[in-house]
Design a protein around this ligand. Structure first.
Ligand code: ATP
Length: 645
């Protein structure tokens, strides 16, 4: 605080930031989620901005949960949404108060009100910055206008909220806490600031009837041009007859001057002297003088322009002080308006995507989700198959999910994490029903592309993440592991995965809620996990139709019998020959038989090469006088030998 010099920016350097008190910020209700989880669950996703003009920030939000829920109208709403996302909570009072507001706006009869409030929120601007500028007396003309609009919109919000059920805390707070100070500020600004005049003059000007002295001076300033013409006529009578014209001008800070065109005979500086006049300067072909008349005008009218500005600045300062004295209400406006903004954004997303209200049961461990959906995938897939998830109770703590590649295991895993996360930030969730128990953390080990940026091997990242979960997860934590152990030798990877799961299972009732997907079918076939109620095996439903494999993306109890890797390979357009060979080898290994070399393939190629060489010999014209048999032998025959023999 000392280094940033908050609040003492203008003070001497030896004045330090005054510390007025200490407040405690308790992390008790916070749900811990690490950076990797935010990234793999696509809660946030920053992408580089395609516009070259955005090089400064350079980032924009990609397809992410934050991106689809962020329908905030004001910057402060967006900031608060980000804050809520970084601080999921277990505070049920807070979560339910958020959900109450969303539920209210989801009722069809309240849609119009939601739209009205949404519109008003668009005018709530960056008041703290303006207040900061006011404190430093750097207020700009546009600041007054923004403040005026913000205050009026806040009053609009207050009036609207007064007509809404006061049983909902946010409406009650807005109705009560948007006090009459707002009216006072709006009235003051509206009465004092001349917005049009300020814009035209590019500085703060006040409306008439605020200060009679300023009004009088402005009147005089307005009448000045015709008055000065009169004075100029009088001056011209006293001048040399060769001078055809003159004018009296007013320059702020310098005063009134007599301006005469430079005539051809006025060559040297000495030619500029005119009796009775004091030469001041030559500018753009005109000579400027002070005369007795202009001096009289100076004394009479003075620096009218500057006087008016000084007085208006003083009035602005007074206005600033009055606004700052009531600034507390503006801070409260921002707090409550941004909260309303976020909840309206949640309600709008919930309406569009068909989300439902989650229920919190602190006595329940784990989560129960009925027909849940992945909030991002459901927007991309033509038809999305909902799936339920239940952990804790008699449904076991460790879910081992197997299934062919691309059958939807990772999506299922992520959707459990995302629905839980959404419930913990107080949003409606993409599920028919969701019951969220006490969850103190979400740990994940799901692959992403970060290994390049981190400079760590994929396996090392895997291990770091799993170690974090093993060392920190409690019986209230949710752990999502997607194919851990793939990054190393199969046997070692499988052994590590089994060891980690056995460690957790040994904790009994203290075991976290774990969802783990794996392609290591040996984990089940070799019975590497202890049998018992803590483990439940799930698989993704599929059906074989000849060579085709049909995915139903439906989770059911059971174990996958094969990985169907060849099917996935065929979809990825790997050559048929390769796939067939892969299948052959895999069958041989599985049946414990030795792997034979691909003789047929080799022979086929050999035959092809021989045929090519024979063709070359047959095409050879021995009668051709240009034929050089040495070259033919060294360039055509010998290189082919290695592929034939
Ligand atoms: N519930 C669903 N409804 C509709 N489509 C789905 C569903 N789940 C997954 N998919 C589709 O299946 C694709 C593959 O899903 P996912 O990545 O979860 O498979 P996976 O089993 O984890 O594969 P791998 O084992 O290769 O990692 C998704 O990109 C999506 O298009």
């Amino acid at each position: 605080m000392g280094r940033r010099r908050i609040g003492v920016e203008l003070e001497d350097y030896n004045v330090s930031v005054p510390i007025l008190g200490f407040k405690k910020f308790v992390l008790a209700h916070l749900v811990s989620i690490d950076q990797d989880t935010y990234s793999v669950l696509q809660i946030f996703k920053s992408e580089s901005h395609p516009s070259v003009y955005k090089v400064a920030s350079g980032l924009k939000e990609g397809l992410s949960l934050f991106g689809i829920l962020n329908r905030c109208r004001c910057k402060w709403g967006e900031k608060l949404l980000r804050l809520w996302f970084t601080r999921p909570t277990q505070d049920l009072g807070e979560l339910n108060s958020r959900l109450d507001v969303i539920q209210f706006f989801l009722l069809p009869q309240n849609l119009e009100m939601a739209q009205t409030l949404h519109r008003l929120l668009g005018h709530i601007k960056n008041v703290p910055l303006i207040l900061k500028r006011m404190k430093l007396s750097h207020t700009k003309v546009s600041d007054w206008q923004i403040l005026y609009k913000t205050v009026y919109s806040a009053l609009g919000l207050r009036d609207a909220c007064r007509s809404l059920p006061q049983s909902i805390q946010l409406f009650r707070d807005i109705a009560q806490e948007f006090s009459d100070d707002l009216h006072h500020i709006a009235r003051l600004i509206g009465k004092v600031v001349d917005f049009e005049g300020s814009h035209a003059a590019n500085h703060f000007t006040v409306l008439p009837n605020i200060d009679p002295e300023v009004d009088e001076k402005k009147r005089r300033l307005m009448g000045l041009p015709s008055f000065l013409t009169e004075v100029a006529w009088k001056e011209l009578d006293n001048l040399d007859s060769r001078i055809p014209s003159c004018s009296v001008i007013y320059i702020p800070l310098i005063g009134f001057l007599l301006s005469i065109p430079r005539l051809p005979f006025m060559v040297e500086a000495s030619d500029f002297e005119i009796e009775g006049l004091d030469f001041m300067f030559l500018l753009e072909g005109k000579l400027h003088y002070r005369s007795a008349q202009t001096k009289e005008l100076d004394a009479l009218l003075g620096d009218l322009h500057c006087d008016i500005r000084d007085q208006e600045t003083l009035l602005m300062y007074q206005l600033q002080c009055q606004v700052l004295a009531r600034a507390a209400v503006l801070t409260r406006v921002l707090d409550l308006a941004s909260r309303l903004d976020v909840l309206l954004a949640f309600a709008s997303a919930a309406r569009d995507y068909g989300y439902s209200r989650p229920h919190y049961s602190p006595q329940l461990l784990g989560v129960r989700i009925q027909n849940g959906r992945h909030p991002l995938m459901e927007l991309c897939a033509r038809t999305f198959v909902p799936n339920s998830a239940e952990c804790g109770g008699d449904k076991g703590r460790v879910k081992v999910i197997t299934g062919p590649n691309s059958s939807g295991k990772s999506i299922y895993l992520k959707q459990v994490g995302l629905i839980t996360f959404m419930a913990l930030v107080g949003s409606f969730v993409p599920a028919e029903e969701a019951e969220i128990g006490a969850v103190d953390a979400i740990f994940t080990r799901i692959h992403s592309c970060e290994s390049i940026s981190l400079g760590l091997s994929t396996f090392m990242i895997d291990l770091n993440q799993v170690a974090k979960a093993v060392n920190n997860a409690t019986e209230q934590s949710l752990v999502l592991i997607d194919e851990f152990g793939k990054g190393t030798n199969t046997v070692d990877g499988l052994a590590l995965l089994a060891a980690v799961l056995r460690h957790w299972l040994a904790l009994g009732p203290m075991c976290p809620h774990i969802f783990v997907t794996t392609n290591f079918l040996s984990l089940i076939q070799l019975q590497l996990l202890p049998q018992g109620p803590l483990v439940q095996y799930l698989t993704m439903e599929t059906c074989e139709d000849g060579n085709d494999l049909i995915f139903f993306y439906q989770v059911c109890e059971g174990v996958a019998n094969a990985s169907h890797a060849s099917h996935t390979a065929a979809q990825a357009r790997l050559p048929d020959k390769l796939i067939a060979r892969g299948k052959e080898v895999s069958d041989l290994i599985r049946n414990g038989k030795p792997i034979k070399p691909v003789k047929e393939l080799l022979k086929e190629k050999q035959m092809e090469n021989c045929q090519t060489l024979v063709d070359k010999f047959l095409k050879l014209d021995l009668e051709d006088p240009n034929l050089d048999l040495d070259i033919f032998m060294s360039q055509e025959v010998l290189p082919a030998a290695s592929t034939i023999l």
